[in-house]
Ligand binder design. Structure first.
Ligand code: RET
Length: 282
């Protein structure tokens, strides 16, 4: 099984079994949906920026940064898929092509390296911390966010060839992830203190969304091994499942999260007397 070096399982399936038309197209369409949603989100965050008071606007700006980087990298990821596998008329299947790059989810991981610190940072512009220090939380978010992604990026190269390296890098990444979850829980709890009930409710929803959507990423990392290697998901269903999981997670953790933060900021702005379009008070 070593003929493709550190290639990920998508390539081994493309080499040995080939993809059926349905599996190939489902991945291509899912990836396309992913970047299309980012472009739509970009417009949403630009067009709603004035609906919140100036002090909350950095949150929208950070969503714009996330949308642009995700759009570009998901676009590259989609092209990586269509150029890696070519249609074979004899069998009616798509096989790993020659003379092209192989498929790798690394575009995503490097996109997260930008987006994860931004998404974590963003909430600090909407909530007011009552006990923790802004700079301390920000630095810890950035440190653990980058640590989680870099270690996971290295680990994913070993998913087929070296299970132990894959598991160890994944475990180190998980430690950083646990730290992030603890910090985020604290930020949201503190942020809920003393704000309008309606805003507090949305913030509570953000925690649920955050927890579920971020948990999907390690699930996708583990996909080829979920039912044992070469077992249940070491096949095209696992490949489709992984890209769908990533896409749902991306839409939830970047776009819906940003929309909900905007909603909190709108409620807070209103409760502080901000009216869109009205001249600023002297
Ligand atoms: C990895 C490696 C395996 C262990 C863990 C991981 C966690 C990844 C996460 C990624 C979140 C990405 C987001 C991107 C949005 O743009 C790296 C898969 C725990 C939580 C939110």
């Amino acid at each position: 099984m070593n003929e493709l070096g550190n290639a990920t399982f998508e390539n081994y399936i493309g080499l040995n079994d080939g993809y059926t038309e349905m599996a190939y197209q489902m991945v291509a369409h899912t990836l396309t949906l992913g970047y299309a949603v980012m472009l739509a989100g970009l417009f949403y965050f630009i067009l709603t920026i004035k609906s919140v008071a100036p002090k909350y606007r950095i949150s929208s700006v950070l969503s714009v940064v996330v949308m642009v980087s995700a759009f570009l990298l998901l676009f590259a990821q989609a092209n990586n898929w269509t150029s890696s596998f070519v249609f074979d008329k004899e069998s009616g299947l798509y096989f790993l092509g020659e003379g092209e790059d192989m498929f790798n989810n690394g575009y995503r991981y490097l996109n997260w390296l930008i987006d994860v610190p931004m998404l974590l940072f963003q909430i600090l512009f909407v909530v007011t911390l009552t006990k923790s220090k802004f700079t301390s939380i920000r630095n810890q978010f950035w440190f653990s966010g980058a640590g989680m992604i870099i270690t996971g990026y290295i680990g994913q190269f070993y998913e087929v060839t070296d299970f132990y390296a894959f598991a160890i890098w994944g475990a180190i990444s998980t430690l950083f992830f646990i730290h992030i979850l603890i910090l985020m829980r604290r930020v949201i709890k503190e942020g809920q203190e003393g704000i309008p009930a309606e805003a507090s409710k949305v913030l509570g929803g953000i925690w649920v969304l955050f927890f579920i959507s971020w948990m999907l990423y390690p699930g996708a990392y583990l996909m080829p091994h979920l039912l044992g290697i070469e077992g249940g998901f070491f096949n095209e269903a696992g490949v489709v499942g992984r890209q769908m999981t990533y896409t749902v997670a991306d839409v939830a953790s970047k776009v819906i999260y940003g929309v909900m933060l905007t909603q909190v900021a709108q409620i807070m702005s209103k409760s502080e007397g901000y009216v869109e379009g009205a001249p600023a008070k002297a």
